[in-house]
Design a protein around this ligand. Structure first.
Ligand code: MLT
Ligand code: MN
Ligand code: ZN
Length: 291
């Protein structure tokens, strides 16, 4: 049985269109198939036990749209086992509240991420009143066994806390390498990636797919779009024009850009020539990939 990966959503926080945005990209996407829901991925090693990579604010609609995640055969039985959080950002954690009807749930995150959900954004004490959640602290570098034959290893990639959380140190942003323990087939997921170092390239080497931070195409994209604001890297997102050359040596890995911001021109293009020539693709909502 191959590993199955369903891209549930591929937009950055706010989605495309964002509800209060009249920019050209949002206007074009409003009410069309160019719309994108917020970043979230579902993965399974056996087709029966599924894990989410992040919990998007659009989760209810995303779960209803994914045939593999339909409940049954028991009345309250679900193939959804747990959620692996790569950050504590609201666009990756608000969906946890949507899962409160679950009978039980396993949630994985670094100590920094789980601490944020215990206090500044108290999802943890709240959810514990609704369902039986097992909260698992992820230690970067130590593989976490998952049901269905998978293992997940976190790799620290950034130290930027969410705006609502105290500016403490810690592993606020990680990438996950998801590996099929039977075949070695692997996937790397890093929707927030402020830089690419050798440790990241080592983790991505040999992975069939790398689902990566495609928030911005250009470093000064937000500055140009809004006439102010910060650069992409200052916001914790290496722009595609900088990441693509760094990934050139990754042979055999298909790069899929996700977490697309509504300012990013590749979010609108069905295929981008510049990316295609480099062997990279723009992710789309609902795409199913197998490893
Ligand atoms: C990010 O990806 O940088 C955050 O989700 C930004 C936000 O929406 O607050
Ligand atoms: Mn985000
Ligand atoms: Zn917009």
């Amino acid at each position: 049985m191959a590993v199955r990966v369903r891209l549930l959503g591929t937009a950055a926080g706010g989605g495309i269109p964002q509800w209060n945005c009249a920019c050209a990209g949002c206007a074009r996407a409003r009410g069309t198939s160019a719309a994108r829901t917020q970043d979230c991925v579902a993965v399974s090693g056996d087709g029966r036990s599924w894990y989410l990579l992040n919990a998007s604010p659009d989760l209810r609609a995303q779960l209803l749209a994914a045939p593999e995640l339909a409940p049954g055969p028991g009345r309250r039985e679900t193939p959804l086992c747990g959620v692996l959080l790569s950050t504590a950002e609201l666009d990756h954690t608000l969906g946890l509240l949507t899962l409160r009807e679950a009978r039980e749930l396993a949630v994985y995150g670094t100590a920094a991420v789980l601490d944020a959900l215990a206090g500044p954004f108290p999802v943890r004490p709240m959810l514990d009143h609704y369902t039986a959640v097992s909260w698992h602290t992820v230690a970067p570098g130590t593989p976490v066994p998952l049901r269905g034959g998978l293992a997940a290893t976190a790799l620290p990639v950034g130290a930027k806390p969410p705006r609502y959380a105290p500016a403490t140190g810690g592993d606020w942003v990680v990438a996950y390498r998801i590996t099929d323990q039977r075949t070695g087939a692997a996937l790397v997921y890093a929707p927030c990636l402020p830089a690419i170092d050798d440790a990241f390239l080592d983790a991505a080497a040999g992975a069939a797919y790398a689902i990566l931070d495609g928030t911005f195409l250009h470093e000064d994209e937000m500055v140009r779009a809004t006439g102010g604001g910060r650069t992409a890297t200052a916001m914790g997102h290496l722009p595609i024009t900088a990441s693509l050359p760094r990934l050139a040596g990754l042979t055999g890995t298909t790069v899929l850009y996700t977490h697309l911001n509504n300012t990013n021109p590749v979010a609108a293009a069905s295929g981008d020539g510049h990316l295609t020539a480099a062997g990279a693709e723009v992710a789309t909502d609902g795409r199913l990939i197998t490893l």
